[in-house]
Design a protein around this ligand. Structure first.
Ligand code: ATP
Ligand code: MG
Length: 434
């Protein structure tokens, strides 16, 4: 009797071979993009102590209230959470390892995040983020630089149509004054608030502005705007940022309702949005979080960063035609007949030692069926070792892309000993011809 099939966890996806080449290419592009801005990679654990997120993100937030995968370690009783975002863990590590002891740091990360949401296009329970964190930098030039980084990445990936929305949510005293007016405003329209908004009204009224409930959009639209409460340094910070963005030619739309989903932000907040992904319109979100490091027990230091949703971004990349990714090998190695497999294994290793990508046919079969596989692999060349060739210490090199696989293509005999050089030359010729 066949065993029952097991399925993966809902909303957590396998990355199958047809898409993993795109992810790999994307990861390469991201690594060199981050390097070009002087960012170093940091890799933190996927599991963190639960209080890190409660304290870091704020208890009255969507993530902490209803999206976290939290559990008790059955062995020692520790309260743990699968990380729902990257910033809290990075800041925890930076404090723990005293990384800011000799000045500021620019760090980036890439990895899976976990949120218990309703799965749909662009919204999963395991998804991936690329993020950057500029730690120890207080000036608006760093806000401008991280925003420019986003624009450059979209350009590097060949995607268009992302719009930048920015806002400033000021500093704590400004938010405190705004908060009271906000509560007054919503209390006047209490009958229009949903249950969640009522609950948040006194705990965290700013979060109400983040609500996606269509029935509440009008009172949100009429709410007092934080941007009108800014004064002195935070107003100047925002004006300087807008000046830098104008100089960089980056168009930014002021969105006074933009508040972002975590409590750690202050001053600059921004999102990159698109109309090409249906309901899940935000590809990247970030801003300044000058109080977080101190809140998590570090020496006070300002900071700024953002996180990109990789699945949403790659959806756009795919719509734009991809990254020229593909995992076609250079050579498909065909062999058939007595003693030829040992020669094929040995020759394949000799080619790889020269940096040539070889897909060696395994599992036997006729020349005809092997040539069929060779054609389907997308390889430039087939290298064929049959009994005749082997006896002569030779192989047949065949160009696959110039004719029908196994039929029309040009072919030459080469010495097996000489295969790495001959194949290397043929591949160079190939790229010249392309
Ligand atoms: P949303 O409003 O779409 O729920 P968010 O404000 O919760 O997004 P952030 O916490 O700012 O998102 O995360 C940064 C980015 O990560 C988002 O802009 C989005 O591209 C991506 N992201 C967030 N949650 C998910 C998810 N569940 N599945 C896929 N991508 C996600
Ligand atoms: Mg969310």
């Amino acid at each position: 009797m066949a065993a029952q099939k097991l399925a993966g966890v809902k909303g957590m996806n396998d990355l199958l071979p047809q898409t993993s080449a795109r992810w790999q290419r994307f990861e390469e592009i991201v690594a060199s993009w981050a390097r070009s801005y002087g960012y170093s990679q940091i890799r933190t654990p996927i599991v963190e102590p639960t209080p890190l997120f409660a304290r870091g993100l704020g208890t009255v937030t969507d993530i902490v209230e209803k999206e976290m995968y939290s559990f008790r370690d059955a062995l020692n009783g520790e309260e743990l959470t699968l990380r729902p975002e990257g910033t809290a863990g990075v800041v925890r590590a930076v404090i723990e390892h005293n990384l800011l002891y000799d000045g500021p740091r620019r760090l980036w990360y890439l990895g899976p995040m976990f949120r218990h949401e309703r799965p749909q296009r662009g919204r999963y329970r395991q998804f991936h983020q690329v993020g950057v964190e500029a730690l120890g930098y207080g000036g608006p030039e760093v806000d401008a630089e991280v925003i420019a980084m986003g624009q450059r990445l979209w350009d590097d990936l060949g995607i268009e149509g992302l719009q930048l929305q920015i806002n400033s949510i000021g500093d704590a005293p400004e938010r405190a004054r705004h908060r009271q007016d906000l509560i007054d405003h919503f209390e006047k329209h209490a009958e229009l608030l949903d249950e969640e908004a009522k609950r948040r009204l006194h705990a965290n009224p700013l979060r109400i502005l983040d609500s996606k409930n269509p029935a509440m959009q009008e009172i949100i639209e009429q709410a007092p705007r934080l941007i009108d409460y800014l004064e002195g340094p935070s107003r100047e910070h925002f004006e300087q940022l807008r000046g830098y963005l104008a100089r960089l030619g980056i168009e930014a739309t002021l969105n006074p309702r933009l508040v972002r989903g975590m409590d750690y932000y202050n001053r600059t907040v921004f999102e990159w949005v698109t109309d090409r992904l249906g309901a899940q319109a935000t590809v990247c979100g970030g801003g300044r979080y000058d109080a977080l490091i101190e809140m998590l027990g570090g020496k006070p230091a300002p900071a700024c960063g953002f996180a990109i949703g990789v699945e949403r971004l790659l959806d756009l990349v795919e719509q734009a035609g991809g990254l020229g990714e593909g995992d076609a090998p250079d050579v498909y190695l065909i062999s058939s007949g007595d003693g030829t497999m040992a020669a094929a294994l040995h020759t394949a290793e000799a080619l790889r030692a020269r940096g040539i990508e070889v897909l060696m046919h395994a599992g036997g079969g006729s020349f005809k069926s092997q040539f069929k596989r060779a054609g389907a692999s997308g390889a430039h060349l087939a290298l064929v070792i049959g009994e005749d060739e082997l006896k002569a210490g030779e192989a047949t090199l065949k160009w696959l892309r110039e004719g029908e696989a196994g039929q029309g293509g040009r072919q030459v005999r080469i010495r097996l000993d000489d295969a790495p050089e001959a194949v290397g030359r043929a591949l160079l010729g190939q790229t010249d011809e392309d």
